[in-house]
Design a protein. Structure first.
Length: 193
């Protein structure tokens, strides 16, 4: 099943990631006018349960758009958007959002919860893939400074199997044993980095 999924999406991804043409950040910025209403100015979301995209790794962004387009990641709001995107658009959008500065860290209103989150992250070795700064790399998402509500939602979606995760398909296995308490602490900690 996982192999089938990779087969479905890899065709499209090779097209996006190939050297067929350099990504065009200016064209990506123009296309991103379709996105700003939800993902916010400068890729910083002000909307509940909508992720910020600023400074996400280029590859991660491209993969997620390909997953939405292939239907292996489902979301009613993203579906009509990705139907309009070509491989070239995806490559340009990935380069554009990756080039933007990340969200500024917010003042931490609950340092005790962050401490619990930091302990859980160390215990679960989240940094092994997300990097020590949690800025992400390649197909691994940036989680530092992401919206707290969205981080909670994403971890619940992996845990319940609503979101399978692609490429390394690691997150479903990682989120499965997390308790609700750990999810909330992890999200609080990461959102305030
Ligand atoms: C109508 C609102 C809406 C619009 C317009 C929209 N998005 Fe989204 N997008 C969402 C929501 C909601 C999610 C979170 C889906 C989920 O919870 O799984 C999302 C998720 C994503 C993700 C996954 C990010 C992550 O951290 O997992 C990417 C990438 C993305 N959108 C890119 C875009 C791009 C590029 C555009 C414009 C071409 C766009 N979106 C337009 C609502 C929107
Ligand atoms: C083995 C590598 C690995 C480890 C360890 C790992 N992750 Fe991930 N994580 C990934 C990958 C790869 C993705 C992108 C998956 C996808 O395509 O949906 C991801 C995605 C996520 C996302 C979704 C981000 C978004 O914007 O949609 C969150 C949240 C997350 N990880 C949190 C964590 C936390 C918290 C831990 C520790 C409990 C953790 N990860 C440990 C590899 C890992």
């Amino acid at each position: 099943m996982r192999t089938a999924l990779i087969a479905v999406v890899s065709g499209a991804f090779i097209a996006c990631g190939s050297a067929a043409g350099a990504a065009d950040i200016a064209a990506g910025k123009q296309k991103a006018e379709l996105c700003v209403g939800c993902h916010g100015e400068g890729g910083i979301s002000q909307m509940e349960n909508v992720p910020s995209l600023a400074a996400q790794p280029d590859q991660f962004l491209q993969w997620q758009l390909v997953f939405f387009r292939a239907g292996t990641r489902k979301n009613e709001q993203m579906q009509p958007i990705v139907e309009q995107l070509t491989n070239e658009d995806i490559r340009n959008l990935g380069a554009y959002y990756a080039s933007l500065p990340p969200p500024k860290p917010k003042a931490d209103d609950d340092p005790d919860l962050s401490k619990k989150g930091a302990q859980a992250a160390a215990g679960r070795r989240c940094a092994a893939c997300h990097t020590d700064s949690y800025a992400g790399t390649k197909a691994v998402a940036r989680v530092a400074g992401q919206r707290e509500d969205y981080l909670v939602k994403a971890l619940r979606d992996y845990k319940s199997g609503v979101r399978a995760g692609g490429a390394m398909a690691a997150m479903a296995d990682i989120a499965f044993p997390l308790s609700e308490e750990e999810i909330e602490a992890l999200a609080h900690y990461l959102a305030h980095l």
